[in-house]
Design a protein around this ligand. Sequence first.
Ligand code: APR
Length: 230
Amino acid sequence: MRIVILTGAGISAESGLGTFRDKDGLWTRYDLNDAATPEGFARNPQLVTDFYNARRANCAAADPNAAHHALARLEAALPGEVMIVTQNVDDLHQRAGSQAVIPMHGALMSALCTGCGHRWPAPVAMALSDLCPACGKARTRPDVVWFGEIPYHMDAIVDAVTDCEIFAAIGTSGQVYPAAGLAAEARRAGAQCVELNLERSEISRAFHERHFGPATLVVPAWVDRLLAQS
Ligand code: APR
């Protein structure tokens, strides 16, 4: 894979979806131990279900922004050479037209049965009483990776990150592993590493190049430069 792009909540900020750790970010308004852990779900499944229903409704009402569209344009111009590894659970990359997207933290728009492991498109307002279409039991949870759980598709992600020419990170504070360790891994493997973020992050030192500013400005400009060189 020639270009691997890690995205975080910052790429969707200008679509109106909140980030987690900025001023008034999600984790400043909710306790992540209650809303985003298996223990929190076991303690109060309705609170967690309501939390993700609200995020799913926001996501459904949001539109991809110029940064999402720029990455889709990059992939269309370089077929088979661009992969997005997103920490986000929104579907804005896909709705912007990106095809090669690995949602390492799962997807808001997907439901998961805790009984048989079946996945299916989640209704905007999921209910604990929803029956799994496969096993018929009411054991529904959001298909997102909670703290303490293993991110999805890590083998494919590490394979891509350690075999790419360019590794970019967009809109992430670099505070949550294993995603936050991917830049150092790509750099060790010889990739040219580029950070595109509103401000310095916890992992800025891992990058050869850094471009600070709103994603809707710095990402299209970066894509234009890449395509001009291709
Ligand atoms: N353009 C570019 N970057 C932005 C913008 C913007 N308009 N707005 C905010 N940012 C940057 C912030 O400066 C910050 O560095 O986006 C980053 C958002 O950081 P976080 O809120 O920590 O989000 P993220 O890095 O995606 O969090 C990683 O933590 O809670 C878990 O699972 C959750 O996937 C999430 C993970």
